[in-house]
Design a protein around this ligand. Structure first.
Ligand SMILES: O=C(O)CCC(=O)C(=O)O
Length: 252
């Protein structure tokens, strides 16, 4: 779906855009089944990738627990689209890339994906950050993430929270201890402007790589998974070396 001029204007103003019903119920169901299989370890990456398992980050408070299922111990799964063709097909879906093209122009490269799992009861927070603080190898500072909800994302289970209009400049980030080693503190931003973006499963939010956002821990009974695919304009300049092992392929 190409965006309307009004949707592009909203994105330019806020630095993010909600897109309802991006996936059909059938597409969502197929995606959830594959994600469950990744989390349960019942599928493995495509042969030839040199990987025994997907690239996973675990929740430190529960890693290795004998009583909590593996799927509820995982915090983030990285680079699924580079490890299994099903997720490549998701990252290059016309429904998503059409929206990205409306925002970035007609030549688009795929960077990667990250699945933020946030399991029920012990999903941990993601502190305030701008994605581009991790990607300063590329200029201009303008990449796009598509965050697709696999479960209903609510205030209770830790939906993503955006600071509208913060996509105009890169803020100095700090080194943190813990999972997310680099981010912003509350005092670095105007947190009073924060919007909790609740998203129904199958719907999506697209955000600019400079828009400040975070998510809270999940203390609820409902898991909250979001699959994020990340794109850059194909004419991006690499101002510093970025030896990303999967490379950056032009997908449109
Ligand atoms: O899903 C989350 O909780 C965080 C998402 C995020 O930080 C991102 O999409 O860049």
């Amino acid at each position: 779906m190409r965006l309307s001029a009004e949707q592009v204007r909203q994105f330019d103003e806020n630095g993010y855009l909600f897109v309802p019903d991006l996936l059909t119920p059938q597409q969502l169901e197929a995606l959830k089944q594959m994600v469950d299989a990744v989390l349960d370890g019942t599928i493995v990456p495509e042969p030839g990738k040199g990987l025994d398992d997907f690239e996973l980050q675990y929740e430190p408070a529960v890693i290795g627990s004998a009583v909590i299922p593996r799927r509820d111990q995982i915090r983030v799964a990285f680079h699924l689209c580079h490890s299994h063709p099903f997720f490549w097909d998701h990252a290059t879906r016309p429904e998503i890339v059409d929206v990205v093209e409306s925002l970035l122009g007609e030549h688009v490269k795929l960077y990667t994906d990250q699945m933020f799992v946030k399991p029920a009861h012990h999903g941990s927070e993601v502190p305030f950050h701008q994605d581009h603080a991790y990607w300063t190898q590329v200029e201009p500072y303008r990449m796009i993430s598509c965050w697709v909800a696999l479960d209903d994302a609510t205030v209770e289970n830790g939906c993503v929270r955006m600071l509208p209009g913060t996509h105009k400049q890169l803020l100095p980030h700090r080194e943190f201890a813990g999972n997310q080693r680099y981010g912003l503190l509350e005092e670095d931003v105007d947190a009073s402007r924060e919007i909790a973006v609740e998203i129904k499963a199958g719907s999506a939010m697209f955000h600019h790589s400079l828009t400040v956002h975070r998510s809270f821990p999940n203390h609820s009974d409902q898991g909250r998974r979001g699959l994020v695919t990340i794109y850059m304009p194909a004419d991006t300049t690499f101002v510093k070396p970025w030896s990303f092992k999967y490379g950056f392929q032009t997908i449109r």
